[in-house]
Ligand binder design. Structure first.
Ligand SMILES: NC(=O)c1ccc[n+]([C@@H]2O[C@H](COP(=O)([O-])OP(=O)(O)OC[C@H]3O[C@@H](n4cnc5c(N)ncnc54)[C@H](OP(=O)(O)O)[C@@H]3O)[C@@H](O)[C@H]2O)c1
Length: 240
């Protein structure tokens, strides 16, 4: 029986750490991002710009052509790809639509399509949304990022209510990974105080070696996925 992971943004950062963890536990992995990670030989990598949502449902439907529902023991979708977009005050931001598409519209479409495609499947079905503490805490300069992550949390809680009311529905949770040493953090440190008022805290976290490592975070996310005691719709901090 197959165990399957479908993940957005598996080419680097936290996504890479997640794939390492699932691969070592025998999962078949399908990763969707703009570029491939040449280090991964045993997974299927699909190059697609997830800030463009045209063709997205068809892409996931195509991935499902590789599976036979009766031969699957567990299937997990991880909505991980995300971006801060431009950092700065909202009146100075020109890439709003792209960031909202990637961070919110794409996870909504992938979630909708995944639930529809697995409707009659008898196996364990899971969706994990990679959210952020920024969903609950406003940061000066991150208005679009904070808003898109808050939307992901509410989508998680709402879909959980819908799925809990049907037999063998999908279990959906959101995870806050903490502050992790990835390109996203490097981008934060390259901004300036004018655009991002909290920059000093992030510079200090790096200087004091306090950032989490993507491999470790990937293992934690795998462990959370295995935990049957977690309630449908839960929002979970990796640090806890
Ligand atoms: N790092 C942190 O401290 C932190 C904290 C809280 C939450 N998070 C969340 O964790 C998730 C992963 O972040 P990260 O730190 O690992 O970021 P990252 O290192 O920048 O990696 C982002 C991933 O998303 C993919 N991606 C970005 N834009 C894409 C697009 N238009 N189409 C397809 N794929 C795209 C990238 O692949 P390509 O470039 O190959 O497309 C990459 O695999 C995000 O949702 C982020 O909001 C991160």
């Amino acid at each position: 029986m197959a165990k399957i992971l479908i993940i957005s943004g598996g080419s680097k950062g936290i996504g890479e750490g997640i794939i390492e963890a699932y691969l070592s536990e025998g999962f078949q992995v399908y990763s969707i991002s703009r570029t491939k990670n040449e280090g991964f030989k045993a997974i299927t990598q699909i190059e697609f710009d997830l800030s463009k949502t045209d063709g997205l449902a068809a892409l996931l439907t195509g991935v499902f052509k590789n599976f036979k529902s009766t031969e699957v023991e567990k299937i997990t979708l991880i909505n991980n790809a995300g971006t801060l977009g431009q950092i700065g005050k909202i009146e100075d931001i020109s890439d709003i639509e792209k960031t909202v598409q990637l961070n919110t519209v794409t996870p909504l479409i992938l979630t909708s399509t995944f639930i529809s495609l697995t409707k009659n499947w008898a196996c364990e079905k899971k969706i994990i949304n990679i959210s952020s503490g920024a969903a609950q805490k406003p940061y000066h300069g991150w208005s679009i990022y904070c808003a898109t992550k808050a939307a992901i949390d509410m989508m998680t809680k709402t879909v959980a209510i819908e799925q809990s009311s049907i037999e063998n529905g999908v279990k959906i949770i959101a995870i806050y990974p903490g502050v992790v040493d990835t390109e996203m953090q490097a981008k934060i440190r390259k901004s300036d105080k004018e655009s991002f008022a909290n920059i000093d805290r992030f510079l200090e976290l790096k200087a004091t070696n306090s950032l989490a490592n993507a491999t470790t975070v990937g293992k934690h996310i795998f462990a959370i996925d295995q935990d049957k005691n977690i309630e449908n719709g839960a929002l979970i901090r990796v640090e806890e």
